[in-house]
Design a protein around this ligand. Sequence first.
Ligand code: CTP
Length: 427
Amino acid sequence: MVRTGSSGPTLIGMRIVLGVTGSIAAYKAVSLLRTLLREGAVVQVVMTPGATKFVAPLTFEVLSGHPVSTGVFEAHQEMKHLSLPEQADAIVIAPATANCLAKSALGLGDDLLSTMLLTSQCPVIIAPAMDGGMWMHPTVTEHVRTLRARGAIVVDPDEGLLASGKVGQGRLADEGTILAALQSALVPERDWHGHRVLISAGPTQEPIDPIRFISNRSSGKMGYALAEAAQARGAQVVLVSGPTALPVPQGIEIVSVATAEDMTKAMSLRLAWSTVVIMAAAVADFRPIQVASRKIKKQDQTDQTLALERTTDILAALSAQRTTQLLVGFAAETHDLIVHAKDKLIAKGLDLIVANDVTTAGAGFGSDQNAATLIDRQGTLTELPLMSKRAMAEAVLNKAQALLGVTASGQTSKPVAESVSTHRTAS
Ligand code: CTP
């Protein structure tokens, strides 16, 4: 919830975790804290043990009005690594050392701040500060790239005189820049305004008799995350959903379907309306030829054979009918991921495919996280490491937006009302 004040979005009531790590620039976090408080934020400071060598926790405690947390194992702060990021609207790490970047990129959790980053789902803004050419070191560059790919907003350090007396890039970015990054993370850019996005999600159910059906393990979480992200970025969204246990997202038109045939009709009907189509649904490829009107009894049979027929390939059908729409598909694979996904991209005439290895631990069906490779029609591969499905949705939208110029149909896909603004830079 961001309210707009006379000088742009303010942070009234926003819950910010300010992470401070062991850099000489730690003293600048005191001023940043005061600015955040002045903007109306409620700030909880988390310090690494190294940061406490530069500034006493008491300084932050007195100014923020909250005890400062440092360790994961403090008796009175049980489970803080879970509760703080859960309650936070954003995490700002300023200054962030090279060590902090490395731990975050690699997923190490040996203090409260790094452990919190492993459990957080909110925007993370990282403002590094370091000395002696460390910022330019290939390892640091690699970690920054990983963090950005995962959705973190890294605010580049400034050039100037460093603590060592050398001149170079490594000074903590100025407060205004960090604040602006935080504000834009909290007020999503409406760069999809004017687009009409048709998204399918969840499994389909193909009835065998009034009691039984053929289905799959899809939870619908990825499609719902895409719908929420597109809507937050200003798009009009219609979500065609197979049966899921997920709550109906606010402000999104939802069309509930059960079978592949229902989904085919619902998607085809809205194709002309849309500017972008994303098929995240796990559509059953086969359905029983005969649907028994009464429960099939086992009687004396020891074997039962179910005769199946192919369902419509919805994506292929939409691809044949589309005019200017950008078409995005998914590929759920257990082996030869890239080969199969590329084949599907070509066979179904897609602009972009999200290739999922459903055997990856912690990713895929039912999980809140996903890992994937994006493949566009030029054959360019973009690796998306394990991240929340919402962060992945943002990354898919970023890539789709970059492709919005000319679709595989050879025609320009334009937003309906106004042109799309510049790309988001952070994720
Ligand atoms: N899809 C579709 N209609 C179907 C089956 C799949 O529109 N009847 C879409 C899915 O929504 C997904 C893409 O096609 O975006 C690929 O789905 P996937 O299940 O990975 O592959 P299939 O095309 O079904 O091929 P296979 O089962 O042989 O892997």
